[in-house]
Structures are given as structure tokens and as C-alpha cells.
Design a protein around this ligand. Structure first.
Ligand code: NAD
Length: 505
């Protein structure tokens, strides 16, 4: 389909060693404004050669930055934090423009990203090691944390601002240098972050941006100077990144896709639950890795739940979000994605489920719009209950009791988030203890941890060991050194190794 161009065909630059450079690549991707359906920029898909040059710039900046006192590195983060706050509204508008989520949703995203920078500002405290004086006679033991080297971040389209900030503030504050490869669908927020980092006084080469697709990513995965890879995206790619990265001897944390369950018990506050379900399933048009995707209605709550959910979701205002504060739900990222998400309604009908609310319609816009959808009487083995749809589609599975709901979780290959809505402390506790997912909500629709807590996806939703966010991220971006120290009072004492002397006793 031919695309119209909204403004000038600006080509997004790369950031290499502190300089904004046009790419030499002859391959480009298109950046859309999903609200209008128009192209707003071209993004280069970097070649292997220029990706190598970007890593080289990061490697060159590493020794000086790693030797910069942690307190000074933190000061750059404080300035960066202030700049984000000063440009808060502009940044939220940019997220809405290239992604399509509503302005309030973009503001929430910028706020969550800002908190990651605030977390990174505390890095001097977080880098402190442990000591045990006199672990053996005259011997002191200590650990401390060192940067790992050049770190890479590869990010998805659904949080253009926040997900890059899950990674580089902590990595950089820990003394590493960084290459960010943002989603080629939404590169503009990352470029703006780079500009603000430069303005904050970050030395050249500490933060770099490469754009691209598979060629660029594979170059990064195979580059000998890259020490660590942080990835967020779909499960198939997360798994492949983890396998290749670790095979090449790199640290990898790779967050993947999700299928999140929302359990509604018969004793739940139904009005509150319906609002929370709608916010979870339809927020950001369902394009969140923590979006509720399967509602499990327990016992006799199913009929009133479906009825109230359809009534509530049916009144949501759907439209172009760019510049309109009154829209409840904006567009999907691309027309192909809209078509893919919509097709699940036919898949569900074909498998015997009932489409209780069909969001397909004419919204009087060329934006990639789809209204909220509810599919009722979904069986746990149906595709809509198993596959990540990543759009505003909520499937309702009816379960006899809590144990049946837990069983549905046990059979799910993903394991990001799950929530229960109940008035029973016992049910909440059983759910918290036994549901097969890493992030649990109790009467909370989107149990996404904030910066200070790790993003603890399980199963096929995460590949690796140390998660993104919280102190686990500091551990991911540092390696420990342990030092044993002994000083002798006299030459005579130095003939005995006190560690072994203690052990023999
Ligand atoms: P994606 O996997 O298509 O792309 C993610 C990144 O990988 C992009 O930078 C892309 O350029 C790159 N990439 C894509 N195909 C590649 C290939 N063949 N080889 C190498 N690199 C490749 O994901 P997306 O569509 O941008 O984002 C949506 C997905 O991200 C959803 O599955 C969502 O659940 C997931 N997500 C997960 C989390 C989490 O914390 N678990 C958070 C946000 C998004």
C-alpha cells in the first residue's frame, strides 16, 4: 500500500562517539504516526561495518568512563533526570506521535522512565561492596563491583521511552559504555534521549545509538568487544538473542512476550474489577507485556462480568491520540499489526468461542484503529487463550474454582504477570503462592514493578538470570572482584599462611 508522508522525510541519525551521523546504509525503514497512518521519518538499517564502528566508539570511551568516580557519573544522571523533567510534556507528545498511545499513557511512560534515572542516581551506594575484617588472622576480605565493559540494549516498539531507560542509565552509572539499538518502528524517542544525555554532559562515546534490524543486531551479538546484552521483545527473538549471546560468552538478560491472566473470584468487587480489567486489557491498545489478555471468571461471576465488561468497554472513546487528550484508546502500531490482531476474532469464532464485543469499525481516520474486543466462552486450549495477541482483545475463560484457574496458569508457557480480584485473603494468598507467573497483582490490574524492584518474568517470558530493574540490574551491569589482604607485623610472621593455619585447627 502506498504511504503518504506527513512532514519532511527526515532520516534518523545514528550517534557515534558523541557525533550525530547519517548512516551510510542504503536500506531504510519507515517510521509512522499510527494516529494518522502517515510516514513521519525514515530510519536507516545500519550495516555490519557501521555497527562495528559504533561498538568501537563505545569501546574507546570505556577506560576513561570506567575510571570516572561513581559520584561524578551519578551527577551526570542527576542532570539527565532534571532535563527529562524539564522536557516532560514534549517527551510524552513524542511518544504519542511515534507510538500512538494516549497522552496520559505517554506521560505515565515518561514518569516510569524518569524513575529509572532516579534509581541510577543512587549508584554510588549500590556499588558498595562487602568487607569482613579479620576473616583469618591478619587477613581482611572484601568485594567490590567493577563495570563489565561495552553493554548493548535492544528494545521493542511498545515503550519507546521507558524500555531504553530500563537499561542504559544503570549500565552507564555503573561505569560501562552503551550501544542502544532501539526498535526501528519507534527510534525518535531514543534519539531525543541521546540529545538530552549529551546536554547533561555525558562524555563522547559513553552512549551511542545504532539503528537497524537483524543485520545490526547480529553484528552486536557477535562482536568480541560487547560484554553484555539486554533485550526486550517477543519470545522467539528473546530466546534466539539469549542463545547466540551466551554462546558468544556474553551476559544476556532477555525479556520476552507474555499471556497474562486476570482471575475474577465470585466475591470480587465487580465494578472495581471491571474497570481494572478494562484498564489492563485496553491500556496502550493492549500493546503491553503486562496487559491482561485472559480473564478467568470463577464460578457464577462470568455472566455479570461479561455483561458489565462489554457495557464499560463499549463506551471507551477510540481514536487518533496525537493531540487529543480525550481519547481513551489510541491506534495499534502498524496496519499489518491491526490486521493480525483483528484476525483473532475470526480465529476465535472458528474455534467455537463467542465474540461478545467486536471492536472492528470505521473510526473516520486513516490511523490503525481497533476498538476494545471481548471474546466469551473461550476454552483454555484455543489459540486466543494460548497465543500473545498484543492488541485490545480480552478472552474470557470460565473456570469452576480457584484450583481450575491455577491449572490454567500451570499450562501457560509464558509467565510474566497475573492478577486476582477477590475479597478473600485465603484466595489471594493461594494465588500469590501458586500461580505460575513472576509478577503478581492482588486487586491490581497491571502488577508492573517500579524501578526499585526487578521485572521478574518467568518461563518463556524471560531468558537469563539477573532481571531488568532494581538491584538485579546493578548486578547484571557489574562484575565482582574479591580481594584478600594481609599485612605483616614482621618478616617472621610472613612465613606462615594464616588462612591455612586457621583451617588446620
Ligand atoms: P520484536 O521481538 O519484534 O522486536 C524487538 C527488538 O528485536 C527490536 O529492536 C527489533 O529490531 C529486534 N528484532 C526483531 N526481529 C529480529 C531478528 N530476527 N533478529 C534480530 N533482532 C530482531 O518485539 P516488538 O514487536 O518490537 O515488541 C513487542 C514484544 O515485546 C511483545 O512480544 C511484548 O510482550 C514484548 N515485550 C516484553 C516485555 C517484557 O518485559 N517481558 C516488555 C515490553 C515488550
Amino acid at each position: 500500500m502506498a504511504t503518504s508522508v506527513e512532514s519532511t522525510q527526515s532520516i534518523v541519525p545514528t550517534l557515534v562517539g558523541g557525533t550525530w551521523q547519517p548512516s551510510v546504509s542504503t536500506r531504510n525503514g519507515e517510521v509512522f504516526n499510527p494516529s494518522s497512518g502517515k510516514v513521519i521519518a525514515q530510519v536507516p538499517l545500519c550495516t555490519e561495518e557501521e555497527t562495528n564502528a559504533i561498538v568501537a566508539a563505545a569501546a574507546q570511551a570505556l577506560p576513561d568512563w570506567g575510571a570516572t568516580p561513581a559520584v561524578e557519573r551519578a551527577r551526570v544522571m542527576f542532570k539527565f533526570r532534571d532535563l527529562i523533567e524539564q522536557h516532560f510534556e514534549e517527551l510524552a507528545a513524542l511518544v504519542t506521535r511515534e507510538h500512538g498511545k494516549t497522552l496520559p499513557e505517554s506521560r505515565a511512560e515518561v514518569q516510569r522512565g524518569l524513575e529509572m534515572v532516579e534509581f541510577a542516581c543512587a549508584v554510588p551506594t549500590m556499588l558498595m561492596g562487602d568487607t569482613l575484617p579479620n576473616i583469618a588472622p591478619s587477613v581482611d576480605a572484601e568485594t567490590n563491583r567493577h563495570p563489565v565493559g561495552v553493554c548493548v540494549g535492544i528494545t521493542p516498539y511498545n515503550f519507546p521511552f521507558m524500555v531504553p531507560l530500563w537499561m542504559f542509565p544503570v549500565a552507564i552509572a555503573c561505569g560501562n559504555t552503551f550501544v542502544l539499538k532501539p526498535s526501528e518502528k519507534v527510534p525518535l524517542s531514543s534519539v531525543r534521549l541521546g540529545e538530552l544525555l549529551v546536554e547533561a554532559g555525558l562524555p563522547d562515546g559513553v552512549f551511542n545509538i545504532a539503528h537497524g534490524d537483524r543485520e545490526c543486531v547480529e553484528t552486536l551479538l557477535n562482536h568480541p568487544e560487547v560484554a553484555a546484552i539486554s533485550f526486550v521483545g517477543s519470545t522467539a527473538i528473546a530466546k534466539a538473542i539469549y542463545e547466540t549471546g551466551t554462546k558468544n560468552g556474553k551476559r544476556v538478560q532477555a525479556a520476552g512476550g507474555a499471556k497474562n491472566h486476570l482471575i475474577i473470584m465470585p466475591d470480587a468487587d465487580l465494578e472495581q474489577s471491571v474497570k481494572a480489567l478494562a484498564a489492563s486489557a485496553y491500556g496502550c491498545a493492549g500493546q503491553r507485556c503486562m496487559a491482561g489478555s485472559v480473564a478467568v471468571a470463577v464460578g457464577d461471576v462470568a455472566d455479570p462480568l461479561v455483561e458489565q465488561l462489554c457495557d464499560y468497554a463499549g463506551t471507551m472513546r477510540v481514536g487518533p491520540s496525537d493531540g487529543d487528550e480525550n481519547v481513551d484508546m489510541g491506534p495499534l502500531i502498524r496496519r499489518e499489526h491491526l490486521d493480525r490482531v483483528s484476525s483473532y476474532l475470526d480465529v476465535a469464532s472458528g474455534e467455537g468461542a463467542e465474540v461478545a464485543l467486536d471492536g472492528r469499525g470505521d473510526f473516520g481516520s486513516d490511523g490503525f484503529l481497533l476498538g476494545p474486543c471481548v471474546i466469551d466462552r473461550v476454552a483454555p486450549q484455543m489459540r486466543v487463550a494460548q497465543e500473545e495477541i498484543f492488541g485490545p482483545v480480552l478472552s474470557v475463560v470460565r473456570a469452576a474454582d480457584l484450583e481450575s484457574a491455577l491449572e490454567i496458569g500451570r499450562n501457560c508457557p509464558y509467565g510474566n504477570g497475573a492478577s486476582i480480584f477477590t475479597g478473600s485473603g485465603y484466595a489471594a494468598r493461594e494465588f500469590k503462592q501458586h500461580f505460575n507467573a513472576g509478577m503478581i497483582g492482588i486487586n491490581v490490574g497491571v502488577p508492573a514493578p517500579m524501578a526499585w524492584f526487578p521485572f521478574t518474568g518467568w518461563n518463556q517470558s524471560f531468558f537469563g538470570d539477573l532481571h531488568i530493574q532494581g538491584t538485579e540490574s546493578v548486578h547484571f551491569y557489574t562484575r565482582q572482584k574479591m580481594t584478600l589482604t594481609r599485612w605483616f607485623r614482621s618478616a617472621e610472621e610472613s612465613h606462615v599462611d594464616p588462612v591455612w593455619k586457621t583451617a588446620r585447627k
